[in-house]
Design a protein around this ligand. Sequence first.
Ligand code: AHR
Length: 490
Amino acid sequence: MKAKISVNKNSIVCEIDRRIYGSFIEHLGRAVYNGIYEPTHNTADENGFRHDVLELINELNVPIVRYPGGNFVSGYNWEDGIGPKSERPRKLELAWLSVEANEIGIDEFQKWARLAGTDVMMAVNLGTRGPDEARNLIEYCNSDTNTYYANLRRKNGFDKPFGFKLWCLGNEMDGDWQICHKTAEEYGRVATETAKILKWVDPSIELVACGSSDPNMSTYGEWERTVLDHTYDYVDYLSLHCYYGNKAQNTADFLARAEDMDRFIKKTAQICDEIKAKKNSDKTINLSFDEWNVWYRTKDEEKTAERWQIAPHLLEEKYNFEDALLVGCMLMTLQNNCDRVKVACLAQLVNVIAPIMTENGGKAWRQTIFYPYMYASLFGNGKALKAVAEVDSYKSKEGWDIPYLYTSVIENEDKVVIFAVNRSLDKNIELDISLDGYDGYSLSEHIELYSDSLETVNDKENERIKPQNCDIKNDIILKKHSWNMLIFKK
Ligand code: AHR
């Protein structure tokens, strides 16, 4: 099959906000305990942080990590995780029916984040708690005053404020699974009052209000309108969450979920603008896609797992090559919508629906989805350009036209970087590229992820899905069901 990508130097979507390559670590399963933290591991430092895991995270160059949840945050008492470890309580954790040991809390996590070279996107509990605890938390984290919570942080060994700049007002409050789930009215009110308090304590922060936890929620749309009616003047972003799966074992349709994500973003941005017009506001609410990934094999596992364990094996999705293709496409969707999506978090980072897996006391390794994420984060920086792809298409289950070639194009300093997935399951693509305004540019690198089988997985013994450097020839061939990165330089 033949295809052509055309771009024009002046046809710019927007400058990419690097925070779209964020990730997420929740107190869930083995994400924290035996994930980033395992004091008895042979790579652990004096704080118990695993350095083999940190090395892999460094490869990903993650700009920001959302913490501490997720569903977990809606039952979390942040005070349980500070002060002398021996005095911290063990508690029943109701989001994942586990036991929370509280060996890691905000103090340790911000230390870890510094080591990982990443910022923290903090979330406050608007489930079991509310504005009062949120104001104490932000005083503890961000205040330089001579007051109780700022002094408590100093007493715990942290003279300087942590300075977290981005805060989530709760998590998935539209979902009935959420601890103390709320109606849009209830959430809109408490989010507004909490937002006001948080910004009074630290006017330099940005806030994310909860949007829908999935585009298929029956309340999608109305939830956003009601929440924004209340919060519009006080928040900066609205969140979107979405996980895709291939239970039906229909790869073509699975790979078309990138278009579903695209529609979700565009519709949600439209709703934000509807409220902007209604309020006659000059302010634009942008989007924080702060949970996205492939996740279906291990959904609802907590319901059947043994209850009240510390660091149980939960949501340890084993990603195959097909998943890596969709993750690659979803990253392109985020890049192509970077005029509205300013933050996004691959959920999650270690062990729990994650690009990085660990074994207790053993190895850490890269799952198949690691590389599309790594290359987007390393090379997908700069200006996203509007790319026109001329290529055959197929029909999704919704009847949408799905082009076989999915792409994003980014001007990154002296380079033009093209990400491209060939979604055809049986045909290679012969690719023609027209770069208008980039005279003298030619292909200097072609990196490919490919496997004969879509079922291929990586494990601790064998990294089967890993990048290959393709020879640079006159013809650019994108193999059937492959992910590719093409770099053009002068
Ligand atoms: O990322 C796993 C879970 O998915 C999060 O805790 C929750 O917010 C979402 O439903």
